[in-house]
Every structure is written in C-alpha cells, then in structure tokens.
Design a protein around this ligand. Sequence first.
Ligand SMILES: C[S@@+](CC[C@H](N)C(=O)[O-])C[C@H]1O[C@@H](n2cnc3c(N)ncnc32)[C@H](O)[C@@H]1O
Length: 247
Amino acid sequence: MKKVLVILYGIIAYVVFLAAFLYAVGFVGNMFVPKTIDSGEEIPILTALLINVALLSLFALQHSVMARPAFKKWFTQYINPAIERSTYVLLTSLLLLLIYWKWQPMATIVWETENAAAVVLTILFFSGWAIVFLSTFMISHFELFGLTQIFQNFKEQSLTYPKFQVNWFYKLVRHPIMLGFIIAFWSAPTMTTGHFLFAGVTTAYILVAVKFLEEKDLKKLIGKDYETYQKNVPMILPLTKFKKGCK
Ligand SMILES: C[S@@+](CC[C@H](N)C(=O)[O-])C[C@H]1O[C@@H](n2cnc3c(N)ncnc32)[C@H](O)[C@@H]1O
C-alpha cells in the first residue's frame, strides 16, 4: 500500500511539474495562457517591484536550500528517500504556479521589435525551451524528476541518481538547461519592464547558484573528473572550443 502511495505521489509531482513547465512557456512568451508576465491590471510600480522580487526570492531560496546534499541528508531522515526528489519537484512547481498567479505586470516597454527581428526572437524563444527540455534527457529526465526513484522503491531496488554526463549539449557547455532558460527569458519580441526584471533576476540567480552552489557540490561529489570538465568545457556560453581529454 505504502509503495503504491509513493508511486501516486511521484506521478502527481511529475504531472504538476509538466503543467508548470508548459505554463511557463505561455507565461513568459505572452501566449496560449490566460495569465502571462505582462497581463493584468497594473499596480503602483514600487509595490509591483517588491511583490515580484519577493516571489522570485522565495523560488531562489527553496531551490538553493532543497537542492543541497546536506539538506537532502537531513530531510531523508524524516521522509522516504524515494520521494525526496519528487518532493523537491513538487515544491518547485507549486512555487512556479504561485509566481504565475501573483506576478504583477510592469508594462513600460524596454524594447519592441517587428518583422524579421520579432520572428528571430520568437524562434530563439522556442529554441531556448527546446534546449531545456532536451537537456533533461541528456542527464536523465526521469531520474531528474523523481520517477525512476519511485519505481525503484516499488521494485525494492536501491535508488539511483543521475550519473555525471558529458554528452550532447553537455560537451558544449556545462549547464545547457540554464543556458536554455536564459535564451528563452531574454528572447522577447516585446520586452516590458516586468519581463526585463524577471529575466535579469533569474539570470543573476542562475549564474550565482550554478557557480557557487551546484558546481561546488558537483566538485565534491565527482572530484577530479569534474575539475577537468570545468577546465575544458565553458560554463554557460559555448564560446570556447571543447578540448579533447575531458572524460
Ligand atoms: C536542474 S539540473 C541542471 C543541470 C545543469 N546545471 C544544467 O543547467 O544543465 C540539476 C541537477 O543536474 C545535475 N547535473 C549537473 N550537471 C550534470 C552532468 N554533467 N551530468 C549529470 N548530472 C548533472 C546536478 O547534480 C543536479 O542534481
């Protein structure tokens, strides 16, 4: 019975994640969905700024704390380790839904494009999301979102977590998922102040979190191989050439 509940919980977490992810495309792109980054009544700009920064900070805090190995070690004393990843995924998704719900539009235009430029930016926007989605499969999509772990629990197998990968996009940059997000967030044919704030804060958070949190953990976990990877493959921008000899 417990094992079935674990499966149910993991599947619900994954479905909520999929919904939050798909909604994100419409929310940031101002398309397909009822509430977007630029829709709704405007409130005084300072109040909007405070609410939006608070929402993004809440997301950054949850993400930074719950992804750390020390937190996971503490947390899995109280919950079944098989649902640790699903819980992280579920809370992340719920916070995303909160952002969509409470986000305050700030409608002043920063830039506006037309014709070819607008088409190019729209293509880049969708390419960014495609990079994000495809990259999750290059690591291990179903482990990353907790599904593998709940089925391993069902079959009473020991839990596995994503293995260190240097494949496909991961040969070009160390953080293609984050690169995809950055491309999607900045590729706006019409950029408003609210969208600019969203893109600016999330990009700053990504750069800091990746360098000072995620890579620190990965270096500890993987050791020399990750250091070699850092030396040979650029962090976010695929500007430097991939050198041979990186495992
Ligand atoms: C949301 S993913 C983001 C991965 C990476 N920062 C990116 O932007 O593509 C976070 C998880 O990916 C794992 N991860 C990061 N780089 C990895 C790699 N090269 N191979 C396997 N897992 C990796 C981290 O340990 C973490 O659990």
